[in-house]
Design a protein around this ligand. Sequence first.
Ligand code: ATP
Length: 237
Amino acid sequence: MLEAIDLVVNYGRIQALHGISLQVQAGELVTLLGANGAGKTTTMRALSGLLPLTRGKIMFDGRDITHMKAHDRVKAGMIQAPEGRGIFPGMTVQENLDMGCYARKFESKAKYNETLEWIFELFPRLLERRTQVGGTLSGGEQQMVAIGRSLMARPKLLLLDEPSMGLAPMIIQQIFRIIAEINALGTTILLVEQNAQQALTRTHRAYILETGEVTKDGTGKDLLADPAIKAAYLGVG
Ligand code: ATP
């Protein structure tokens, strides 16, 4: 589904990515794990076309999208969920979700209703809060709106940048459970995270990113059991 080959990104004279390669197969949930400043956000922005590459190639759904504009990548089905704080604070939950439709138009009203119902099944809380404005929602609820909004565009690949950021542990667990459910229902997901425990428990595979390089990759299970990963990311060992 997605293949990034040897991505190099520079911010002026600073090289943020030193040749990142990763793959996401259709149906997978893959995590990019790294500490602050490792280059996770930079990688995501490069994949979604928001940052120019100095070097490298990106293949998506059988096409070379290296030079494709960000909005065309969205149309092709690669949708990045904004951070929870990236929702429209003055709009209601419903209006925020509808904004997701701009990325990919629905062929029929029935399809729109079906997608909306599916999102409300995943996030019953959003149905309860349908008419509440975004700015007054809790952090967890705003994150749900952000993910729900991306799902309205029916992504082939959903890119999630630190969905656990700033949330309480209970809410983080809930968000991860829903992410795993979205994936189990057929959406391929690339997740960027600092929360190693939750991410590795839920993910099929993960790449460990350190100072702009992939230093390790493997299944979530193997990485959870890896002593070096435990010491560096799980605070044990
Ligand atoms: P965090 O979890 O803290 O968001 P991250 O893994 O997402 O970290 P990036 O934001 O991708 O890391 O940053 C990678 C490196 O690139 C860091 O050293 C950072 O200081 C640098 N960097 C990021 N954005 C810019 C910018 N606009 N100009 C210069 N350097 C930048």
